[in-house]
Design a protein around this ligand. Sequence first.
Ligand SMILES: [Zn+2]
Length: 257
Amino acid sequence: MQLFDTHCHLDFEVFNRDRHEVVERARAQGIEQFMLLGVTCEQWAQLPRVALEIGSAYYSFGLHPYFIEKHQPEHLEALKQQLLEHGSDGRLRAIGEIGLDAECGHMERQQQLLREQLRLAREHQLPVILHHRKTLDKLLKMVRESGPQRGVVHAFSGSYEQGKAWVEQGYFLGIGGTITYPRAKKTRDAVARLPLDAMVLETDCPDMPVCGHQGERNEPARLRQVLSALASITSLSEKDVAERTYRNSLALFGLNR
Ligand SMILES: [Zn+2]
């Protein structure tokens, strides 16, 4: 079985002490590939290095809305520069994470940054990794305005109708720890009805612990629990779900050519 953790912050400091062991534990569970995310201008520099250290890892560059107060106008210029510099590195596979977060304020500035980064992704023909919090519909509107583009809605949690609208837009849905909680009925019901061929798996570690591990640092090995929840929700075998979501991940990041 081969799995792809399409969203993990393995470069974060909390993994500095035992990153190697964390990756080994993941591999022992069949998690072979990892996507690391860009969040701030000053953090980008460590991504190519950590991806190389891990081996089978990829990375993206982006300005995360959560850090809106840290981002400066010149960071967009820096992003353009990074894309040019690393464009031929086969590991740079996306722009992300970018998006809108209703809890972080400065919404106009967030939208402006997002618009620019969507444009850059189109220009460089890279998929986008989208962060949302209470902004799914606003985000979809902006993505539609920006035009056709590949991408993934990270940590999808929403209604069937919302999921369907994103799938029709050609986006993948990032399925993470949320569905391991029996109480997440709305998202589990939505996921049961949405097409598996639009889903990829993710942990968002060190955040979003799976059920039974609340309060602990999350890690990619736990992707197995997400897989098993998705298999149970869709009434398919784990093997089927693993194969199909893995294939989707390759398509998302353009690794299947
Ligand atoms: Zn994230």
